[in-house]
Design a protein around this ligand. Structure first.
Ligand SMILES: C[S@@+](CC[C@H](N)C(=O)[O-])C[C@H]1O[C@@H](n2cnc3c(N)ncnc32)[C@H](O)[C@@H]1O
Length: 199
């Protein structure tokens, strides 16, 4: 089940009108080719997954795989993540994955980091109480910045590792690899992971 560009009619009713069930809803932000979305959907058929990216040619890849393999708990949405609140209502989302986002290291571009204050404010609105945010990144600076934000805002940090694949956390879910992650691993880059919630 795949939908591009036409998300707004589903605001607050992804379950009832798009997936036709009330299963938990999980988002992957900056999903690129949607590897996490597709792989998680296969691992968890009782949850619904939506991959979000503004590059149509990238999400086309994930959408094609989902269609060809008949995975019906997957959707893709081609939007700017900045507009999330136009597509998802308060408490509509159970979990968020952010996979290898552009790190935006320049101070002047801090607002564009997907774990900056304005994005965290949006995630807090759309997540259910206790809903978790997962960030996987090769970028040590973005990881450190996110961990600092979590501390500064007094959020609940559940897991933090600077070297996922040499940690105790490298389970089946966290070992799903995206297109970008594979490139970084070829250069032996350590992979950072942090999981947190707002309450
Ligand atoms: C480095 S790529 C990572 C893609 C994928 N997660 C992976 O690991 O292979 C970052 C992705 O974020 C998307 N992106 C960046 N800023 C965005 C925004 N504001 N809204 C939607 N997508 C965005 C880009 O189009 C790109 O596909």
């Amino acid at each position: 089940m795949v939908q591009l560009d036409q998300g707004k009619p589903f605001l607050r009713k992804w379950g009832s009108s798009f997936f036709n069930n009330n299963n938990p809803l999980v988002l992957e932000l900056a999903c690129g080719k949607g590897e996490y979305t597709v792989n998680l959907a296969q691992l968890f058929p009782d949850k619904n997954f939506i991959g979000i990216d503004y590059k149509g040619n990238r999400i086309w890849r994930g959408a094609k795989t989902a269609t060809e393999e008949g995975i019906n708990n997957v959707g893709f949405l081609r939007i700017q993540i900045e507009t999330l609140l136009e597509y998802f209502g308060p408490g509509e989302v159970d979990e968020i994955w952010i996979t290898f986002p552009d790190p935006q290291p320049q101070i002047s571009r801090e607002k564009k980091r997907l774990t900056s204050q304005r994005f965290l404010d949006m995630y807090k609105v759309i997540l259910k109480p206790g809903g978790k945010v997962n960030l996987k990144t090769d970028n040590d600076g973005l990881h450190a910045y996110t961990v600092e934000k979590i501390t500064e805002l007094g959020l609940n940090k559940h897991i933090q590792t600077e070297d996922l694949y040499h940690s105790e956390y490298a389970n089946e879910v966290l070992s799903i690899k995206t297109y970008y992650e594979r490139k970084y691993l070829q250069h032996n880059k350590n992979i950072n992971y942090v999981q947190f919630s707002f309450d």
